[in-house]
Ligand binder design. Sequence first.
Ligand code: GLU
Length: 289
Amino acid sequence: MAVPVFRFAPSPNGPLHLGHALSALTGFDRAQRLGGRFLVRIEDIDVARCREEHIAGIFEDLTWLGIAWEEPVLRQSQHFAVYARAAQWLEAQGLLYPCFASRSEIEVGAAAGAVDPDGAPLYPGLHKGLPRAEIEARMENGERFALRLDMQRALAVARERLKGAPLTFTELDESDRPQAIEAHPELWGDAVILRKDVPASYHLAVVVDDAGQGVTHVARGRDLYQATGLHRLLQVVLGLPEPLYHHHRLLADAEGRKLAKSAGDTGLAELRAAGASAADVRRTLGLGS
Ligand code: GLU
């Protein structure tokens, strides 16, 4: 069997916290157990929010945790041309359309209570089917636009590719037992594939890079469980291989809220400065040494 390839893919828009340590160690430990490779990928497409100091902090934190990774580290901000090519291909298949709508137009237009799995208002198809002349006029005017996935068409293409088999992903449990999970990309509606502000999106970049880097195992938090459905759809439509997934539990703070980067008291650098060791972090997370 080919050597398994794991990756940890943090966004450097804040310091790493215990939840990141759980993701990184879960992947790293599994890679070690299976004799696999371990990569770190810096997901910095959000150029306005990502900071060099956070990238440096990520490497320091991971080293402190006893994690080793392969060089060179891929930075997504150096890969915009690759995402553009994938988007062009999707566009050529008639699967993308331009959307000029602002955030507030989408909020106003969304059906009451209709949200995507991230809790954002579900895009109500405002600019789907805009007349060509209007699209051209707005583009000529320099209006900025996102490119959105025509979900119905993408699902139709996937059905054809899968020859009637359901769209699924393979979830590995704690003991690496596989389970087929039905994917529900439609929950995202016509998802943004290229953003207005940067020529990429998390969903496109992650599937393109996982495939490009030969990633076979994705270990990440449960907060991305439904995103995996959309990733599978993009993989099928783009003809990319299917990694195995493990979505680990999310950590909650004392009040039961999901840990966020702003939760300074669980920042790894702060724990380190307070004298904690990597073994302490592992113990806190319930991981073996
Ligand atoms: N960059 C994403 C994050 O920091 C994780 C992406 C992934 O593991 O697929 O939340």
